[in-house]
Design a protein around this ligand. Structure first.
Ligand code: BG6
Length: 322
């Protein structure tokens, strides 16, 4: 293992102990790992290459007969996945995203942890937790048949995280969380996936129609709608439940994306629509027309509670049918 890599988990473990505000500023100063060293340690022929993104962040690029994909160690962020049998990306990336240490990437799959949305008691802390803007350590890469796997780790706020990603004709991700504290702890988690779609008015989401939801915009609990979700205005919903399979129908592209979650008891559905898009500095004014988020989560009343040394894994698998 290259010397720089070894330092990162140790440094983070030392840092994880105390105030999260301090932790955040220290996380920001963690040195970004360099693409050439990553290539030497983890590259797999022409199948997995590491490059320096124009922003300076190190990026892994996957090319197999089954898919193309890319990821950053920053946030263990999957930025792109497109199986060979489809002709457009599955994951949406904003043209205005930041790619900077200490800032989340807008699009792809950010990992929200250990809290969702605003911090419950300290408004100076960033929304959706620290994991999506921290530099993760890449532990392992491998190729098995046509699937390329990458394993990332991060120690944060007395939790050890291990994130396994399998890039193939399907995309599978699993986040394992261990409570390393001597006391029971709780945490929230969301795999905040941005889907790239042809046209928002031709999209519907099937699978959640029998569940009530919390409308985050009005803060009201709403009864089950009984019909598939369609986006016609700003939409920001927390469902305390999920379905064996949620289907995202993309009418314009004549394809559907199947979302199969495991150990997830919450689902968030989000589209910022017009005014919120304009307010977000890292999101294009019209980009709401080509994306929606369906997030696999355990949040609010379904937050995770872990005894000391206890562990849990939240996972999700995406597949595209045309
Ligand atoms: C969603 C939330 O999960 O993320 C929304 O439900 C929020 O309320 C959205 O606006 C984006 O959050 P952020 O912090 O990435 O701008």
């Amino acid at each position: 293992m290259v010397f720089g890599y070894a330092l990162i988990p140790t440094a983070l473990k030392v840092l994880k102990m105390k105030a999260s505000g301090r932790l955040l500023s220290l996380l920001k100063s963690v040195v970004t790992m360099d693409a050439r060293s990553l290539q030497q340690a983890f590259g797999i022929d022409s199948t997995l290459r590491f490059e320096t993104h124009p922003s300076g962040l190190a990026q892994g690029i996957v090319k197999t007969s089954e898919c193309e994909a890319s990821f950053f160690l920053h946030g263990a962020h999957i930025a792109h996945w497109q199986p060979a049998h489809t002709d457009s990306p599955v994951l949406f990336m904003s043209q205005k995203s930041y790619f900077e240490p200490g800032k989340p990437i807008r699009g792809g799959i950010p990992i929200c942890f250990p809290w969702f949305s605003a911090h419950p008691t300290d408004s100076s802390l960033p929304a959706h937790g620290l994991a999506r803007q921290a530099s993760w350590e890449l532990m392992k890469t491998q190729q098995n048949n046509h699937v390329v796997s990458a394993v990332f780790e991060l120690s944060i706020d007395s939790f050890d995280l291990r994130y396994t990603v399998d890039f193939g004709s399907t995309l599978q991700i699993a986040l394992n969380i261990v409570n390393c504290d001597s006391q029971a702890r709780d945490c929230e988690v969301a795999l905040h996936t941005y889907f790239d779609i042809g046209a928002i008015e031709q999209v519907s989401v099937e699978g959640l129609e029998e569940l009530p939801y919390l409308d985050q915009l009005t803060k009201l609990k709403c009864p089950a709608e009984g019909t598939a979700i369609r986006f016609e205005r700003e939409t920001d919903r927390i469902y305390q439940g999920t379905a064996d399979e949620i289907l995202l129908h993309d009418g314009q592209r004549s394809r559907r994306i199947a979302i199969e979650a495991n150990h997830a008891r919450s689902t968030v559905v989000w589209n910022p629509w017009i005014e919120k898009s304009k307010r977000m500095p890292d999101f294009g004014d019209d980009e709401y027309l080509r994306m929606c988020c369906i997030e696999t989560a355990n949040i609010r009343e379904n937050r995770i509670q872990l005894e000391p040394r206890a562990t849990t894994t939240i996972a999700v698998r995406y597949a595209v049918a045309t």
